[in-house]
Design a protein around this ligand. Structure first.
Ligand SMILES: [Zn+2]
Length: 250
């Protein structure tokens, strides 16, 4: 997910707020929850146009869904690094995301770090979620990604593990992801029954993909599942076009 620059006025507003918070932090008088609550109501942050919230909605794309679960509508401005523990990031644009109230509640102040101090949580504005998660079509579950290293030892993405454990275990979320899978698979089956050019297929798939599952479907795991497997085997040119557009090699 690409993070666009903020409109200038909104960026200036955040900068001023951060400066004031940093000053209060130095004086020992900072109440970051209160400072954020005050700022959250302003036009620069919550206005319908050119604000932080409007830019986050734009960034979230179709349906302005939650950037963590893609299941519900994103309603809250979320601090990737929790503001209570990281007040120096409270008004920093790269730290702000859009999430649903359920994810906001589940994540709360939880923010696991590895021994080097790096976050063990997927940042949807920075990380490729499919580098850390795997999808299970049978159940709709999002699981941490596993692979074997050079010594054939099984490795597991810690970012994927924590993110899945804290946010993505809910049945409601799994039902939604499974529904998206069914819609995408149905469209590919229709194509297999009545092949057409790549472009209309691509367009339909992108319209159906409300959760961002296509990079997985055309990636190394999804391609082994029917009907994506048959699409790749029987229509290599169409597959190639879709793969290039939907799951480009990093
Ligand atoms: Zn959510």
């Amino acid at each position: 997910m690409q993070r666009p620059p903020l409109p200038l006025a909104a960026q200036n507003y955040l900068d001023q707020r951060q400066q004031a918070a940093d000053q209060q932090q130095a004086d020992g008088t900072l109440d970051i929850e209160r400072r954020w609550a005050d700022a959250r109501q302003t036009q620069a942050i919550a206005g319908t146009a050119d604000s932080v919230l409007a830019t986050l909605r734009q960034m979230a794309g179709q349906g302005a869904r939650c950037m963590y679960c893609s299941d519900s509508r994103g309603t809250d401005i979320e601090h990737f690094r929790p503001k209570a523990a990281y007040p120096t990031q409270a008004f920093r644009w790269p730290n702000l995301l859009l999430c649903c109230s359920a994810c906001g509640r589940l994540k709360g102040a939880r923010f696991p770090l590895d021994p080097a101090g790096e976050p063990l949580f997927i940042d949807p504005s920075h990380d490729d979620p499919w580098a850390h998660l795997n999808f299970v079509p049978e159940t709709g579950a999002l699981m941490p990604r596993e692979w074997r290293d050079a010594d054939l030892t099984l490795q597991c993405s810690e970012k994927g593990r924590w993110t899945a454990q804290i946010l993505l275990g809910d049945e409601r979320i799994q039902d939604g992801w499974r529904r998206t899978w069914r819609h995408l698979a149905r469209r590919v089956r229709e194509f297999l029954a009545l092949p057409c050019a790549a472009e209309p297929l691509l367009q339909d798939l992108q319209e159906e993909d409300t959760r961002g599952l296509l990079p997985w479907c055309f990636g190394p795991v999804g391609r082994t599942y029917s009907p994506f497997l048959e699409l790749r085997e029987h229509h290599p040119a169409v597959w190639q076009t879709c793969e290039t557009r939907l799951a480009p090699a990093p």
